[in-house]
Design a binder for this molecule. Structure first.
Ligand code: ZN
Length: 252
């Protein structure tokens, strides 16, 4: 089995993989953010890395070290910035970090780059970073694919995971999807006895600044994670790995 982690290769081995073999390189992106009383702060980068590793295994790819800090946690999809442990970047810091990283991969001769996002709030700043890099690079043999891994869940999988109805990805923070996937990849990191069973957070259709922290459930979890299981996680992970691998093969 080929090595899938970039940081375990020497520069010569890496060069051979990206230049001669044209291996796709996966850049996982996450956040350091509260994930309730039952999941670790690093959940988003842990999950995007695990997904990327599965897909890299199926596509002879390489996984770069994750960008472990993300854009600011928003009350309605991440619980907000007031929680201890949540450690976030300004938008331009994130966009510029992505821009710089993409530019370096292009210089290495990488032709296929897949940015795997695991933190809802990051999306537009990843796009900005990609856009700035592409503008600077001009004509380049590098093609970039960007994805939020959850967009690959199919309606039948969501129906099975949420028999009472899917609350939407924003409220799914530290809830059934992330908890089930963590139970699959890293069960030792899930505090099973502390999984909260709060009703979905009830937000207004607007935001107030400074943040009304009282809108956010005290646990930091935005909908119940109680029905998370390892079986659901395994089914989700198998589906994601298959569908993302197929998409990468199709585009590259
Ligand atoms: Zn998360």
């Amino acid at each position: 089995m080929k090595e899938t982690l970039m940081n375990r290769l020497t520069w010569m081995e890496y060069q051979e993989r990206v230049r001669d073999e044209q291996a796709p390189v996966f850049l996982p992106v996450g956040a350091l953010e509260q994930h309730g009383p039952h999941l670790p702060l690093g959940t988003d980068a842990i999950l995007s890395t695990a997904v990327a590793e599965g897909v890299a295994g199926a596509t002879s790819g390489l996984v770069a070290p994750a960008m472990a800090y993300g854009y600011k946690s928003q009350p309605k999809c991440g619980g907000g910035q007031h929680s201890p442990g949540t450690t976030s970047l300004d938008a331009m810091t994130l966009a510029h970090t992505v821009r710089d990283t993409v530019r370096e991969f292009a210089r290495h001769g990488v032709k296929k780059l897949v940015i795997v996002n695991g933190h809802y709030e990051n999306q537009w700043f990843l796009i900005e970073g990609i856009n700035l890099a592409m503008r600077e690079l001009g004509k380049t043999p590098l093609t970039i694919m960007r994805l939020e891994y959850w967009d690959f869940f199919t309606p039948p999988t969501l129906a099975k995971a949420f028999p009472d109805g899917f609350p939407g990805y924003a409220l799914e923070h530290a809830a059934v999807l992330e908890t089930s996937m963590m139970l699959h990849y890293h069960p030792e990191l899930v505090r099973l006895d502390r999984i909260p069973n709060d009703p979905p957070a009830d937000f207004q259709p607007y935001d107030i600044y400074p943040t009304r922290t009282e809108w956010v459930p005290p646990s930091g979890v935005l909908s119940s994670a109680k029905s998370a299981t390892r079986e659901k996680g395994t089914a989700m992970v198998n589906e994601l790995t298959t569908l993302i691998s197929a998409a990468v093969k199709k585009e590259f």
